[in-house]
Each structure stands twice: as structure tokens, then as C-alpha cells.
Design a protein around this ligand. Structure first.
Ligand SMILES: *[C@@H]1O[C@H](CO)[C@@H](O)[C@H](O)[C@H]1NC(C)=O
Ligand SMILES: *[C@@H]1O[C@H](CO)[C@@H](O)[C@H](O)[C@H]1NC(C)=O
Ligand SMILES: *[C@@H]1O[C@H](CO)[C@@H](O)[C@H](O)[C@H]1NC(C)=O
Ligand SMILES: CC(=O)N[C@H]1CO[C@H](CO)[C@@H](O)[C@@H]1O
Length: 512
């Protein structure tokens, strides 16, 4: 933890007359000397980006210096090396797909000049061909692809046959979109897969991506467990990431297939129906609620507000600003990062969690640590009280960097409407105008909003800086009272989310 946070803690402890002994409590990973440079934000960012990437690789079989490939074969992404209290030593379809995306971005950034990484990605793809076909408690491959809804497997590529929240229907779409991104990168650099089990791109499409798409076609309107594995219902994250996968499928079909008319029609009608579901029938959008309701059933039952970091993650992972072409491909998918519902989900999360989590109270006016959802009671080991998470905090920050990037790279005017006014009034004086305000691209005001947004985004990364340990390591959560990390150590997804965020900061800065 950063010294200033320690000082704040000191004040809190003094006020509450708590023994200063509590300040001696060490983060489980604390080492003797400070090895990261917290006092200089820019230096910290570049160190932390590097540390995050190295720690992603440490959790992937084959490329990891510390994992035994008998237990964790090449290309297998474990969620965390923690095998007890809690046991996250498994491969989740979702966590793996999202983590591999970071590797794909890195590979593209390197102009496909990192063969160890492409080898790892291809091993991941080949493993998933096996996982798809493993009979499991969600079902099997032959039985209508129902086994593709299985959320997690043992690290050694065998089925996990114990009680769990299953099926989780986001897995097939996330995996299909991740592998699509890899095929796109191969195309871009004129490459072919080199893994012995992946003969060519068309094979990857028809044997691995297509079954996942068929799963979505058959199951998109059924209930399933959410990304937090708790609630069997309809979920925004699942629906929006599945819609992206179907869009990916439509493009891949034209590139590699063109023979299976019936399948193409299924993709097109699923796209239309799922989009209509998301926009109209699901209840994700409701008339008097400015934010996305992640799980409408829970709102209806009076159990939750609907606010959830899953909404921010869903928006981020169903769109792309990697290049103009991809931006266009996903343009028709609703709820991009600059949509008023996403912006208001962000705003409402901040408004809630700023006071919900005591560690945030001293950060008045700036970024705060964000958790999963206000009603959360999972503390990383069992149920007690929810805490801020690295994934949520980094994703919020990434959204802000992407808003800046999208506006400035397109040279768009910033149009502030009634529904985004409250958010943008933090960055520019909007007086009491009731009409839409248009801030012209290139104007002085535009630059001011841009810089203020960047500063605001940075202030969320600064929260992360204050809560990582002295080696830049990250667990799942940080305690809402004392700020020390807890939950699964070295959570792969934490590293991936923070790496993505720092990468987007760089991309936004580069175009300003
Ligand atoms: C890897 O694990 C296997 C199975 O437990 C064991 O037999 C082998 O010795 C281990 N290899 C190394 C290098 O530790
Ligand atoms: C899901 O879609 C199928 C096919 O269109 C339809 O038969 C079924 O009634 C739908 N189920 C729900 C719960 O909407
Ligand atoms: C949602 O409903 C509106 C109003 O009925 C309609 O115009 C729109 O096309 C629908 N969206 C989709 C994706 O069908
Ligand atoms: C429906 C189905 O095929 N279920 C199988 C899931 O996997 C377990 C063990 O791997 C089998 O026992 C089930 O029959």
C-alpha cells in the first residue's frame, strides 16, 4: 500500500482509537523493500504493465517458468495459482478467453513478432478443441452441444465433476470471439496456424468456432449462471458478448464457409432476435433507470439494484477500437463504452461505492475502488462483506480512456445529452442548459474535457497503484476497510484487466 493510504489509515485508526498494531499487518505478499516505484505515476505505469504481463504468463502452462506441464499443459490458463483458501486452480472458459485476448493484443502490438506468445495462443485453441468435446455435467458435445456451457475444467484438461453453478452460457461466445480475434491477426500478418493440430484458419473456424456459435444459436434465450457464477437467470454480460460472437461468426462465415446456408440464416436470425432481446424484451434497459440492469429478474424480485461491473465488462468485451475496421464491425452492437446507459452505469457504481467502501471515502472527487455490485457479500474466501476488485476498478478506467480515444481518433464532436449531462458536468461547466450541448472537436473546451477525462481515468489507476503489493502483485480484491489485498492471489484476470487498461491509456495518450 502507498504511504499516503497508510497515513489515511493512521488518521482513521487514531480517530477510532484503534491500537496502531493493526498498521503492522502485512499484505501476504509484502516483501522487505519497495520494488515498484509508486511515487512516480508514469514510472509505476510502465513497471506495472510489464509486471502484469509477466504475471499473466506465469499462470499459463508451457510459457510459465513455475508451472509443471504435466499438471498444467501448454496453453492452459489457470485462474490463480491458489489451490486452497480459495481453490482457483482450474481453467475457466471465461477467464481464459479474456486473458488470451490480452496476449492477442500484445501479439498485434509486437507486429506478430513474439513466437512464444503465438505458440501459447495456438496451444490454448487446440486445448479448447479437446475441452469442447469432453462430456461433463452440463452435457456433451454430441448432445446438442450442451456440454459447451460447462464453465470450468481441471487444469490438466479433464472435466470437473462436482457441484457448480452451471451452465454458464457466456463461455462459448467469449471463446469464439477470442479465437476470431486471433484468426484476424493471423490474416493481418499473412500467417497460418503453426500448431500441429490446427491445420489452417478454416479448420479452426469450422471445428472450434462454429460449434460455439451453434451453442449460442440454440441457447441464447435460456437462463444460465452469470460471470460471477451466482445467479441462474438472463444476464446482460452473457447476452451482449454472445451478440458480438454472432457478429464475428457472420463475418467468418463469409470468409471461410459459404456452404452452409442454413447455418448462415441461423446466424442472421439469432443476431436480429438477440439484439431485439437486448434492446427491448430483456429489461436490461428500463424506462426510469439510467443505467443497465444486469439481471432484470433480481431487480423485479427486489433483491438487487441491477448495478454491476459486469455491465462495464460486457460493453468493453463486445466492442473494439483496435482499428477502424473492427470499430465498424461492432458499430451495430448496442451499448458501446460511450452509450449513455454505460456511462450512467459507471457513474452510479462510483456514486454507490465511494461511500460503500470506507477505503474510498478519502478520495473525494477522484477515482475510487469499485467492486462487483453493491449487494455483493463474497469476500474472496466465503461470504461476509463485498470489497473493491481490481477487475472492476481497471475496467472502469479503461472505459474512460476508450471514450477519449474514440472521440479524438474519430474527430467527433462531443454531444452531451440530458442523459449524460450529469456525468460530463464533472469535467466541464454546462450551466443549466436543457438542450443538448455540442462541444466541437478541436475547440478549447473539447481539449479541456479530454484532459479532465484522462485525469479522471488516471485516478482509478492510482487506486490500483495504492493497493498492489510491493512487487506489483494483485489478488482478486482489496479489503474495504484496511485496503490490503484478499481473495485468490495472483488472479490472472486482475493482471489481464489492469494490463488492458494501461495499454489503452497509452493508446489514448498517443493520439492526443
Ligand atoms: C510434474 O508433475 C508430475 C506429476 O505430479 C511429476 O511426476 C513430475 O516429476 C513433475 N515434474 C517436475 C519437473 O517437477
Ligand atoms: C427461445 O427461442 C425459441 C426459438 O425461437 C422459442 O421456441 C422459445 O419459446 C424461446 N424461449 C423463451 C424462454 O423465450
Ligand atoms: C426495439 O424496439 C423498437 C421499438 O419498437 C424497434 O424500433 C427496434 O427495431 C427494436 N430493436 C430491435 C433490435 O429489433
Ligand atoms: C450429459 C453427459 O454427457 N454427462 C457426462 C458429463 O461428464 C461426466 C464425467 O466426465 C459423465 O459422468 C457424465 O455422463
Amino acid at each position: 500500500m502507498l504511504r499516503s493510504t497508510v497515513i489515511i489509515l493512521w488518521i482513521v485508526c487514531s480517530i477510532q482509537a484503534i491500537s496502531l498494531v493493526s498498521l503492522q499487518k502485512q499484505s501476504p505478499f509484502q516483501i522487505d523493500s519497495e520494488s515498484i516505484t509508486r511515487q512516480d505515476f508514469d514510472i509505476w505505469l510502465s513497471e506495472q504493465k510489464d509486471i502484469a504481463f509477466k504475471n499473466i504468463l506465469k499462470n499459463i502452462g508451457g510459457i510459465s517458468p513455475s508451472l509443471n506441464t504435466t499438471l498444467v499443459p501448454e496453453g492452459v490458463v489457470i485462474a490463480s495459482p491458489s489451490s486452497e483458501h480459495p481453490n482457483y486452480f482450474y481453467q475457466w472458459v471465461r477467464d481464459s478467453a479474456l486473458t488470451i485476448r490480452s496476449l492477442i493484443y500484445h501479439l498485434d502490438d509486437s507486429k506478430f513478432d513474439d513466437l512464444e506468445i503465438s505458440k501459447t495462443i495456438e496451444a490454448y485453441i487446440a486445448n479448447n478443441h479437446k475441452l469442447q468435446r469432453l462430456p461433463n455435467l452440463s452435457g456433451s458435445f454430441d448432445d446438442d452441444y450442451s456440454g459447451l456451457g460447462e464453465p470450468k475444467f481441471h487444469a490438466d484438461l479433464t472435466a470437473f465433476n462436482e457441484h457448480w453453478g452451471r451452465p454458464q452460457r457466456d463461455g462459448p461466445g467469449l471463446r469464439a470471439s477470442t479465437i476470431t480475434s486471433y484468426l484476424n491477426v493471423l490474416e493481418k500478418y499473412g500467417k497460418n496456424p503453426s500448431h500441429k493440430d490446427l491445420s489452417d484458419c478454416k479448420y479452426v473456424y469450422s471445428e472450434i468456432i462454429k460449434p460455439d456459435l451453434l451453442y449460442i444459436v440454440k441457447n441464447w434465450n435460456k437462463s444460465g449462471f452469470d460471470l460471477w457464477e451466482e445467479i441462474d437467470s438472463n444476464h446482460f454480460f452473457t447476452s451482449i458478448t454472445s451478440l458480438r460472437a454472432i457478429q464475428d461468426g457472420i463475418i467468418l462465415y463469409k470468409r471461410y464457409d459459404n456452404e452452409d446456408d442454413q447455418f448462415f440464416q441461423q446466424l442472421e436470425s439469432t443476431y436480429t432476435e438477440l439484439k431485439n432481446f437486448i434492446e427491448n424484451d430483456s429489461g436490461f434497459q428500463q424506462q426510469h433507470i439510467p443505467y443497465i440492469v444486469e439481471c432484470p429478474q433480481l431487480l423485479k424480485e427486489g433483491k438487487r439494484s441491477g448495478l454491476d461491473a459486469a455491465t462495464l465488462l460486457g460493453s468493453l468485451h463486445s466492442h473494439s477500437l483496435e482499428n477502424k475496421n473492427l470499430q465498424q464491425v461492432y458499430e451495430d452492437i448496442p451499448f458501446d463504452i460511450d452509450d449513455s446507459h454505460i456511462i450512467n452505469s459507471f457513474r452510479a457504481m462510483v456514486a454507490d461505492m465511494k461511500y460503500r467502501y470506507p477505503v474510498n471515502r478519502f478520495r473525494t472527487g477522484f477515482g475510487v475502488g469499485l467492486g462487483r455490485y453493491p449487494e455483493d457479500i463474497y469476500d474472496g474466501y466465503a461470504t461476509s462483506e463485498g470489497n473493491p476488485w481490481f477487475i472492476s476498478t481497471a475496467s472502469a478506467s479503461e472505459i474512460l480512456y476508450k471514450i477519449v480515444f474514440k472521440l479524438n481518433s474519430n474527430g467527433d464532436d462531443l454531444v452531451i445529452t440530458k442523459s449524460t449531462k450529469e456525468f460530463f458536468s464533472q469535467f466541464i461547466d454546462l450551466q443549466d442548459s436543457i438542450e443538448d450541448v455540442v462541444i466541437q472537436y478541436g475547440s478549447e473546451e473539447y481539449e479541456k474535457v479530454t484532459l479532465n477525462l484522462m485525469e479522471y481515468a488516471d485516478s482509478f489507476l492510482a487506486v490500483i497503484k495504492d493497493h498492489v503489493d510491493n512487487s506489483g502483485r494483485m489478488s482478486e480484491q482489496f479489503n474495504k476497510y484496511d485496503g490490503f489485498m484478499q481473495g485468490a492471489e495472483d488472479l490472472t484476470w486482475s493482471y489481464s484487466a489492469v494490463w488492458n487498461c494501461i495499454r489503452w491509456r497509452g493508446k489514448a495518450l498517443a493520439i492526443l
